[in-house]
Design a protein around this ligand. Structure first.
Ligand code: SAH
Length: 275
């Protein structure tokens, strides 16, 4: 990666861990509560360098990780939190070379995680109905990973249908994923994985009922993840007082057959994973 360059996005991190994003420009000035910091003090320096503002406030400069970036990037829609992004990649088993479809693109947080995981030999198609969200998401993606050749954006309503076939993984972050289940039956390859995020239990019940009645899905899992961070500060070693307690329930299903059969329904549909 080398030293910090003009045009790069960095985060200035203060001693309390607060983050301030900026794009480095020659001659640029970062202004913070009436204090100034010249971008030229950062350009050409190694990542992590500590700098001081005109009045002595200290910051370290880092290239943000994806998790740090998604929490600071401009958002059109609510983003998927890092704890869920990481979980999705493993539970939907997104692998290098995979053909993945997602809907909707929102602010592009999941899109970036998926693009990194499918790699250059894989492909991601993102459905989105709102042009303004799509534009914002694409700007966020370009700012973080540059231009990509393994991504197709479709300004289309996925409830109306999907053109893709032999899809390895389908990931849905929209309000009525059950409307996509009939399309998923056609689009997913046998062994393909359906994953959706939903905030409420009635939605989970409805998508589960729809998945079961399609008769080609099995190995269902419904779960949520909770991330509780801790304070480790001298003798004070305890959980943080605050946490993000609820984001979404994840529902995962595997396409176990190419066509409906009662045999498969009996064999797989009621099976709950024993972990
Ligand atoms: N996963 C995204 C957030 C998605 S928010 C992220 O990580 O940033 C939900 C998105 O779904 C919104 O952008 C909304 O416009 C889009 N959406 C809702 N219904 C849709 C549909 N029928 N087809 C395509 N996109 C849809």
């Amino acid at each position: 990666m080398g030293p910090l360059r003009p045009g790069e996005l960095i985060h200035l991190v203060d001693r309390k861990g607060r983050r301030y994003p900026l794009v480095l420009r020659r001659g640029g000035v970062f202004q913070f509560s009436g204090e100034n910091l010249s971008h030229d003090d950062l350009i050409g320096q190694a990542e992590g360098i500590q700098v001081e503002t005109s009045r002595g406030t200290r910051f370290n400069a880092f290239r943000p990780t994806l998790a740090e970036y998604v929490l600071k990037m401009p958002r059109g829609a609510q983003v998927i939190y890092p704890k869920d992004l990481g979980t999705i990649l493993l539970w939907a088993d997104v692998y290098p070379g995979a053909t993945v479809v997602e809907a909707g693109i929102g602010s592009g947080a999941l899109t970036m995680a998926l693009l990194r995981s499918v790699g250059e030999k894989g492909h991601l198609t993102s459905y989105e109905i709102r042009e303004d969200f799509a534009r914002r998401a694409m700007a966020n993606i370009t700012a973080f990973i540059g231009s990509v050749s393994n991504h197709t954006l479709k300004l289309q309503d996925i409830y109306e249908g999907m053109d893709e076939r032999e899809v390895d993984r389908l990931i849905l972050d929209l309000p009525e994923p059950w409307k996509v289940v009939p399309h998923a039956v056609e689009a997913l390859r046998p062994g393909g994985i359906f994953l959706c995020l939903l905030p409420t239990v009635p939605q989970v019940e409805l998508v589960m009922r729809t998945l079961r009645s399609a008769r080609v899905f099995g190995f269902f899992e419904v779960f949520e993840t909770m991330l509780r961070t801790w304070v480790i500060d001298g003798p004070s070693v305890r959980p943080d007082h605050r946490m993000v307690a609820h984001t979404a329930f994840l529902t995962v299903a595997r396409k176990v057959a190419s066509r409906s059969t009662t045999y498969l329904l009996n064999d797989f549909s009621e099976s709950a994973p024993q972990k």
